[in-house]
Design a protein around this ligand. Structure first.
Ligand code: GRF
Length: 236
């Protein structure tokens, strides 16, 4: 039997992060396989992309259920049918209820387009530009009861360039998201990033008591890609 972790991706729209996860998992050496995609919106563009890549898809619309709990329950049932071991939220635009979150605690991850804990919620790029920050980015974290609040697994930093508008910044962050999410899912699938006692424990640092729960990861490929000299010039 395959040791790859069975992963289901939850989407609501475009699905570009989902596509990045599917692409990573198309390598048989990748520690997770994408066994299904669930969308709460029938018109999510990501559904067609997943189907074209031979991934099973399922639409579970909120409108078809009498309560939020019943909707969550239907998603949970679908996850069980898929044999899901990991749930990856990728632009899933609903807040999942406490019961659902508790059931999947430590096995459900999300990508957020900001360096948490800054800019939780929506419109992160516009808010980042308004705040005048010079370093922005994205975060993959375990999902806990509070929105965008769970233990951080990995982060990628992205410069805010002079003259950036929201779309330009969003596009730059999205490129980083597409590299960060496969990296982070891989860490979780391999058991190298685990949620323990409300913190992320990274296996690589597990025998270092001081660092084991507080490391912020900047994956090597991203570090190489960032032009640090340029970054230094625009970050006085
Ligand atoms: C991404 O920016 C992700 O970080 C956020 O929602 C957006 C989804 O985009 N949670 P996509 O559907 O993955 O293209």
């Amino acid at each position: 039997m395959s040791m790859r972790k069975r992963t289901v991706v939850l989407i609501s729209g475009r699905g570009s992060n989902m596509t990045a996860l599917i692409a990573a998992a198309s390598n048989p050496d990748y520690p997770a396989e994408i066994v299904g995609v669930i969308s709460d919106r029938a018109n999510a563009a990501g559904l067609g992309i997943a189907a074209a890549r031979g991934i099973a898809t399922k639409v579970i619309s909120r409108a078809d259920y009498s309560s939020k709990e019943a909707h969550d329950g239907a998603i949970d049932a679908a996850l069980v049918l898929f044999g899901a071991e990991i749930v990856a939220l990728a632009g899933y635009m609903r807040i999942l209820g406490a019961r659902f979150v508790e059931k999947w605690l430590g096995r459900m991850i999300n990508i957020h387009p900001a360096l948490l804990p800054a800019f939780k919620g929506l419109d992160t790029h516009a808010r980042a530009i308004r705040a005048g920050i010079r370093i922005h980015g994205c975060t993959v974290h375990f999902v806990t009861l509070d929105m965008d609040d769970g233990p951080i697994i990995a982060q990628a930093a992205v410069p805010v360039m002079v003259g950036d508008n929201e779309d330009m910044l969003a596009a730059r962050v999205l490129k980083a998201e597409h590299r960060l999410y496969p990296l982070a899912l891989g860490l979780v699938a391999e058991g190298k990033a685990r949620m323990e006692g409300g913190r992320t424990v990274l296996a690589h640092f597990a025998d270092d008591a001081d660092n084991s729960t507080s490391v912020v990861m900047a994956p090597d490929p991203l570090r190489e890609e960032t032009d640090l000299e340029h970054l230094a010039r625009i970050t006085p």
